[in-house]
Design a protein around this ligand. Structure first.
Ligand SMILES: Cc1ncc(COP(=O)(O)O)c(C=O)c1O
Length: 310
C-alpha cells in the first residue's frame, strides 16, 4: 500500500515538513529493528474527525516500549495532544495515525544504551487496507508456510518493528501465490493471526478467536469486536483454534486497525461457508462502522474528537 503523503510530521518535539522528517543511516532501529509503534484510525463523524480508541492505543504504545525498556521522553498526556495536533495540522477528516518511537543514532552495538528514543507521529489518508471490495466481498487467504514467532523468542504482545519481519514473510508469500493475506500458525499448529490482523471464526452461531495466551498481538479491534458482539448477545469464545476449523467454519473474518473488519471468503481455495460475507460478519461490521455514523451508540467513550478546524 503506497503512502499518501500529507503535509507535516511531528518529529522529536516539532512539526516538520513531510520531507524534512528524516534520520541518519546509522540509526539503530534501521540495523536492529529497535522500534515500537502504534496504528490508529480516525474517522469522519458528526463531531468532525474522531480517533478510535486513542487511549487504548497509547497504553499499548507505552507497554510495547516497556518490554524493551525503551526510554520515552514524553508523558502520555503530551503524546495524546501531539496525536490530535498532527491530524489538525494536516487537515485530514479521516485516515491513519502512526506514532513511532525508535532508537536513533548513537550506538552501533546491539545494546542501544539508555539514550531517549526518537519519536515521531504521522497522519495520512488511508483507504481499505485489503483492497477496494474487501469489506463486502471478502478476501482469499492461505495458511502460510511461515509460523508466527514462538513464545519466548520475541514478545508477540509488543508492537515492535522487528516483529514485522515475520509479518512480511507471511504477507509477501501469500501475495506471491495469488492470495490477499496469509494466516500464521502457532508453534503447536493452531491458528494464530494474519500478518497484521487478528482472526475470528463462526461455528454454530458462536464466535471463536485465539486466546491472548497464544503468541498473538492483543488487537484493539479484536477487543472491540468481542465487546460489541457480547453487547448484542452473541457468545464469544477465546480459545486455542485448531487449523481444521479454518475449513469447517461458517464464517471467518479478520480484525485490525488497518483491515477493520474484513470477511475471509476462501482459505487455501476452499470457500468459507457460502463463500460470501456471512450474516454474523455483516452484523458485527454494521455495529462497528455504526460507531462512526452514529447508528451505534459510543457507550464506552471509544471516540476522541480531534477538535480544531480540521
Ligand atoms: C500482527 C498483528 N495482529 C493483529 C493486529 C490488529 O491489532 P489492532 O486491532 O490493535 O490494530 C495487528 C495490527 O495492528 C497486527 O500487526
Amino acid at each position: 500500500m503506497a503512502i499518501q503523503e500529507s503535509k507535516y510530521i511531528w518529529h522529536n518535539g516539532e512539526l516538520k515538513d513531510w520531507h524534512a522528517a528524516t534520520v541518519h543511516v546509522l540509526t539503530h532501529a534501521l540495523h536492529y529493528g529497535s522500534s515500537i509503534f502504534e496504528g490508529m484510525r480516525f474517522y469522519a463523524t458528526e463531531k468532525g474527525p474522531c480517533i478510535f480508541r486513542l487511549d487504548c492505543h497509547l497504553k499499548r504504545f507505552y507497554e510495547s516500549a516497556g518490554f524493551y525498556r525503551m526510554p520515552l521522553n514524553i508523558e502520555l498526556a503530551q503524546l495524546r495532544e501531539v496525536c490530535l495536533q498532527v491530524i489538525r495540522a494536516n487537515e485530514l477528516e479521516s485516515g491513519y495515525l502512526r506514532p513511532l518511537a525508535f532508537h536513533g543514532y548513537g550506538s552501533l552495538g546491539v545494546d542501544p544504551g539508555d539514550r531517549p528514543a526518537e519519536l515521531m507521529v504521522a497522519a495520512i489518508a488511508m483507504g481499505l487496507y485489503l483492497g477496494a471490495e474487501s469489506r463486502e466481498k471478502g478476501v482469499d487467504v492461505c495458511v502460510s508456510s511461515w509460523q508466527r514467532v514462538a513464545p519466548n523468542t520475541i514478545p508477540a504482545a509488543a508492537k515492535a518493528g522487528g516483529n514485522y519481519l515475520s509479518s512480511q514473510l507471511i504477507h509477501m508469500e501469500a501475495v506471491r501465490n495469488g492470495y490477499t493475506e496469509g494466516i500464521g500458525l502457532l508453534q503447536d499448529g493452531s491458528v494464530g493471526e494474519g500478518s497484521g490482523e487478528n482472526i475470528f471464526l463462526v461455528r454454530e452461531g458462536k464466535l471463536y478467536t485465539p486466546q491472548l495466551s497464544d503468541s498473538i498481538l492483543a488487537g484493539i479491534t479484536r477487543d472491540s469486536v468481542i465487546q460489541l458482539a457480547r453487547d448484542m448477545g452473541h457468545e464469544v469464545v477465546e480459545t486455542s483454534i485448531p487449523r481444521t476449523m479454518l475449513h469447517n467454519s461458517e464464517e471467518i473474518f479478520f480484525t485490525g486497525t488497518a483491515a477493520e473488519i474484513t470477511p475471509v471468503r476462501t482459505v487455501d481455495r476452499d470457500p468459507v461457508g457460502s463463500g460470501k460475507r456471512g450474516p454474523l460478519t455483516k452484523t458485527i461490521q454494521d455495529a462497528f462502522f455504526g460507531l462512526f455514523d452514529g447508528s451505534t451508540e459510543d457507550r464506552r467513550g471509544w471516540l476522541t474528537a480531534v477538535g480544531g478546524n480540521a
